[in-house]
Design a protein around this ligand. Structure first.
Ligand code: ADP
Ligand code: MG
Length: 250
């Protein structure tokens, strides 16, 4: 059903970036013929679908730009498997209130108890609600900080990290870092202080942090800042991975 007017409509949708209307114009017109909606209903439907498309594209973009290694959802976290995380704690961290108060969150515990799952789940939920989120592993973060001056891509990534409302730093304490690297890391933390909520996952208790980061004074100063407005959740128990391991031999 191509006529002059429809061609012009297509042209307008291009200029206004009305992607849905452009691709569905024929469907919309047929539907209007068939169902004879009121003018207001018809306009409402077209605009609603356009707004929904834009919003979901924005969510998808925020999730993509957060650099999650994979997607995990809070809804898939099985509390019955993990008896050290209580429902009220999960509710509190899922509510995202703490982001508006610029609180931090630290998830501690051995491998496989769901630290990364929870942090990505929180990150995806926050991105869906409109917050700017970045995910980075500690190893990658140190690499980014060290190469910021010489690598534009890394500098851009760090700029986004600095602008984020929520920064997830996964696997703090897994690999040893040098005093210079620790200095860069703590400098970043102080830049973000009171501006960005930081979620840290670590397999090391705080008592082991000075050893890991080298300089106890630097660690204490940084911890003091992070912990000032912070919830700490200690996860324990069996590794979900080991318990649900699929064996090739059986
Ligand atoms: P960690 O970061 O603590 O080492 P992960 O979050 O990577 O652990 O969890 C390991 C795997 O087990 C992931 O695939 C994760 O989705 C799954 N997992 C861990 N705990 C749970 C849980 N309570 N409910 C559902 N899946 C879980
Ligand atoms: Mg992990």
């Amino acid at each position: 059903m191509i006529n002059k007017k429809n061609e012009e409509i297509i042209e307008f949708t291009r200029k206004l970036h009305l992607v849905k209307l452009r691709s569905k114009l024929d469907d919309y017109l047929e539907k209007a013929q068939r169902e004879n909606p009121s003018h207001a209903d018809f306009l409402h439907m077209i605009l609603r679908e356009e707004v929904e498309r834009k919003e979901s594209a924005a969510i998808e973009r925020r999730i993509r730009e957060a650099y999650f290694p994979y997607r995990k959802y809070l809804e898939d976290f099985d509390l019955s498997f993990n008896d050290t995380l209580e429902q009220h704690q999960l509710d509190r961290i899922s509510s995202l209130d703490w982001l508006d108060k610029v609180f931090n969150l630290i998830l501690l515990g051995p491998p496989g108890v769901g630290k990364t799952h929870l942090s990505i789940g929180i990150g995806i939920k926050a991105a869906t609600k409109g917050y700017t989120v970045s995910y980075v592993s500690m190893k990658e973060l140190v690499q980014l900080l060290k190469t910021e001056e010489i690598n534009i891509k890394n500098r851009n990534r760090l700029n986004r990290i600095r602008k984020s409302q929520l920064l997830l730093i996964d696997e703090v304490g897994y690999l040893p870092i040098s005093p210079v690297e620790a200095g860069l890391f703590f400098h970043l933390l102080s830049e973000l202080h009171e501006k960005t909520s930081i979620l840290i996952t670590s397999n090391k208790g705080f008592d082991q942090w000075p050893e890991f980061f080298g300089d106890p004074d630097v660690v204490l100063a940084a911890l003091d800042r992070i912990l000032y407005h912070c919830d700490i959740i200690q996860l324990d128990g069996k590794s979900y991975r080991l318990e649900h391991r699929e064996s090739l031999l059986n």
